[in-house]
Design a protein. Structure first.
Length: 509
């Protein structure tokens, strides 16, 4: 009798456990199901046929140099009104008089991305022994460092490790009301400056987009630009950021003092590049931070979290690939891939961010890979792909204005798997739950089975943050509106500094 009672007790216990666990088993099943759907609908970006190299435009290096000079000249004259990156609108087709400037929500990001082009312009000038270009690029770099420093000074009241380290999206002084009038309007993101800068204005709610580009601008200046003003100013900014981010546990802080939503701590197996980059920079400025650098890499899960981004961004937040490349590129350049730390992080990059974007025909992503990974001539297909895209910018993005786009050719086919899964999910009994799981997925956009080249794509501050698999659904021809041109100049000058693109001549092989 005792045995039977004991068996009945065991059966009741097992039955109770099954009742408790069964609802969770559904969610486990649902999670696995969602993951499999993601893998299937995103497989198109790995299955695209390789581009036909016979259709690549042959690189005319002399012409590319001429184009770079035009883009750079326009940027220096018309896109740094407050020493950080802006767009402009011209009065008329003479393109000589500025009607107004345009300041995006991402002033820190775009200044950092533009800085990459100018720093490598400076490096190329050094490599080529061109003292005129060296002086020219250094002057622009100094202006941009000044603008970047003001993104710290205005919110915090000063520069250096003794001040707080809130980063602004943009800034303007009281004398700049005609240049940046919108910043003086009341807005949830607009604040007065601090201390001596209380009559200045700055834009807050700063995101990781901003930090990614801003960190890259600082890192490249720190590594490559041999100038006392640049080194001193960048060093003060870096120490200010490092102290503050450590104090806030790597949370971004907004104007009123609460969190901005930024969190740069590593997550499970991903996201370590942010704090690793910041404290790598800090250790180069001041060796006292070296202990912090090694601590955060080894003791705060960073070493285990050496991957970055997600393949899902191809149908969600494509722009995240851009600022992910900013921090990965910068960290691996500073640390190098020869050390144990550098090689480990490099392998994480190759197994995540590079894997996700390898076939996107993105000149920025590709030049980052080449700069980190290859000697000239090893990956001729990638070199020629970059050259092809840069040459094609002359078709309707030179200069970088809103000229008419060419329509996507009929041979570009829509991805059918996306249409099929969208229909199935929309008609599923649990459609609401599936829509929550795919809340950031852009189901309604048209995705092609191969990426578009630049003449079929809309420009912007930086075309390479936009999705080449996605058909352009809207566009306004505004030939008097000019973008900063770094879609060309940033990948171009990196490629030229590393020798993948020559100063003149024509590609022969």
């Amino acid at each position: 009798m005792r045995i039977r009672n004991r068996n009945q007790t065991y059966l009741k216990l097992i039955f109770t456990i099954l009742i408790i666990v069964s609802p969770f088993s559904y969610f486990v099943y649902f999670g696995i199901r969602v993951g499999k759907i993601y893998d299937e609908i995103l497989s198109f970006q790995y299955e695209a046929p390789p581009p036909d190299m016979d259709k690549f435009l042959t690189a005319n290096y002399t012409r590319l140099d001429e184009m770079a000079r035009v883009y750079d000249d326009l940027f220096e004259k018309n896109h740094l009104p407050l020493n950080y990156t802006a767009t402009c609108d011209y009065v008329d087709g003479n393109y000589t008089e500025i009607a107004r400037y345009g300041f995006s929500d991402n002033g820190a990001l775009w200044t950092g991305v533009a800085m990459a082009g100018w720093v490598f312009h400076y490096v190329a000038a050094l490599n080529e022994g061109n003292s005129t270009d060296e002086e020219y690029s250094l002057d622009v770099i100094k202006r941009m460092v000044d603008g970047m420093s003001m993104l710290m000074i205005v919110p915090n009241g000063g520069l250096g490790p003794d001040f707080p380290g809130i980063l602004g999206r943009g800034w303007a002084g009281p004398e700049h009301k005609e240049i940046h009038p919108s910043l003086f309007n009341e807005h949830i993101r607009h604040y007065n400056g601090t201390g001596a800068y209380s009559d200045y204005r700055w834009r807050g709610h700063t995101s990781n987009d901003e930090y990614g580009g801003y960190y890259m601008g600082l890192a490249l200046c720190l590594k490559y630009v041999n100038d006392s003003y640049v080194q001193e100013t960048v060093g003060l900014i870096i120490e200010q950021l490092a102290n503050y981010m450590k104090e806030t546990n790597f949370l971004g802080i907004n104007g009123p003092g609460g969190p901005s939503g930024v969190d740069q701590k590593p997550r499970v197996y991903t996201g370590a590049y942010w704090l690793s980059l910041l404290f790598k920079m800090a250790s180069m400025v001041n060796p006292e931070y070296l202990a912090d650098y090694h601590h955060f890499v080894s003791a705060e899960l960073a070493y285990m979290s050496n991957t970055e981004s997600s393949q899902a961004e191809t149908m969600a937040n494509y722009y995240a690939f851009n600022f992910a490349h900013c921090v990965v590129f910068s960290f691996l350049l500073l640390e190098g891939i020869e050390s144990e730390i550098g090689l480990h992080y490099y392998n994480g990059y190759m197994n995540s961010l590079r894997k996700y974007t390898e076939f996107h025909r993105n000149a920025w992503f590709n030049i980052v890979y080449l700069a980190l990974s290859a000697e000239v001539g090893v990956h001729t297909d990638i070199e020629r792909d970059i050259e092809d895209q840069l040459m094609r910018l002359e078709i309707n993005h030179f200069p970088d204005r809103h000229y008419p786009l060419l329509p996507a050719p009929p041979e570009y086919e829509e991805v059918q798997k996306i249409l099929q899964w969208k229909a199935e999910i929309d008609n599923h009994n649990w459609a609401t739950l599936y829509h929550i799981a795919f809340i950031e997925t852009d189901w309604d956009d048209v995705y092609f089975t191969e990426p578009l080249t630049v003449e079929f794509r809309r420009t912007g501050h930086y075309m390479w943050e936009r999705n080449a698999w996605e058909n352009t659904t809207y566009w306004h021809d505004l030939p008097l509106h000019e973008e900063p041109g770094m879609t060309f100049t940033t990948p171009y000058w990196i490629a030229r500094a590393y020798g993948f693109i020559l100063p003149s001549g024509i590609r022969e092989v």
